[in-house]
Ligand binder design. Structure first.
Ligand code: ADP
Ligand code: MG
Length: 231
């Protein structure tokens, strides 16, 4: 069995349709998506050891099948610079998650390399009952939630179509450099859309996918959160 089938089979065997963040990341990484280094810790000492291996600063995030929106649960701590920070973050995250949902199964804390600050964008995919796999692109935060500034295309999408999705945003000027900010790497973003399109075409058992956010830089991109829901 290949890596992707193994991850999906594991989730199925546990009756889960929502993959854990690191499982979703293992899958999208197989399609060439750049992901900062990560490893699951199941206690404070292990969290500290992993952080030292990865190198500071790191990010720590709750891993629980019942908690899909980790920040809402107080389950994300960024900018951890020392072993003491990481150990404290492990404890706080576990306590916050417990307080948020006392029935949630807490599997541990994902320790992750911290990506540099970039322009946060969202790549999404859903299965439309009429059109099948459909890709979505938008800018992070209020642009998606308040302004609903997103574009859609039915998969499969080519590089040209992916560029059209990016350039089709009302706020696309923000990606092209303004005042003293650099333009972001549009082709690297378009490549993420094409890779996700390929993943969906090859794996119809994926019902929903979100990369939220993808950090876009002057050169390259980095995907710091991923979510996959199976059929
Ligand atoms: P959720 O969406 O489940 O609340 P995220 O994993 O998206 O959790 O984390 C929340 C926010 O923390 C992200 O939008 C991003 O700004 C920041 N973040 C998460 N992981 C990283 C990382 N590895 N490097 C830098 N920033 C991160
Ligand atoms: Mg997120």
């Amino acid at each position: 069995m290949n890596t992707i089938d193994k991850v999906i089979a594991q989730a199925r065997s546990e009756n889960r349709i929502a993959l854990l963040e690191h499982e979703a990341k293992i899958i999208v990484r197989e399609y060439g998506i750049t992901i900062p280094k990560f490893q699951l810790a199941t206690n404070e000492k292990e969290a500290a050891r992993i952080a030292q291996e990865i190198g500071f600063p790191v990010v720590a995030k709750i891993v629980s099948p019942e908690i899909l929106h980790k920040s809402d649960a107080g389950g994300v701590k960024v900018g951890l610079n020392t072993v003491a920070d990481v150990e404290a973050a492990y404890r706080t995250i576990m306590e916050n998650a417990k307080a948020y949902d006392s029935k949630a199964n807490l599997l541990g804390v994902l320790i992750m390399e911290m990506a540099p600050k970039g322009t946060e964008v969202i790549v999404g995919a859903i299965k439309d009952s009429q059109f099948g796999a459909t890709l979505m692109f938008g800018l992070g935060g209020i642009f998606v939630e308040v302004l609903k500034d997103v574009t859609f295309k039915i998969a499969p999408v080519s590089m040209d179509e992916a560029r059209e999705m990016i350039n089709g945003l009302k706020a696309s000027a923000l990606l092209k450099g303004y005042r003293n900010t650099d333009p972001v790497d549009i082709d690297a973003l378009a490549q993420v859309l094409v890779s996700i399109s390929n993943l969906l075409m090859d794996h119809p058992e994926i019902r929903e996918l979100d990369l939220n956010p993808v950090m876009a830089y002057a050169k390259g991109v980095s995907t710091v959160d991923a979510r996959i829901i199976l059929e």
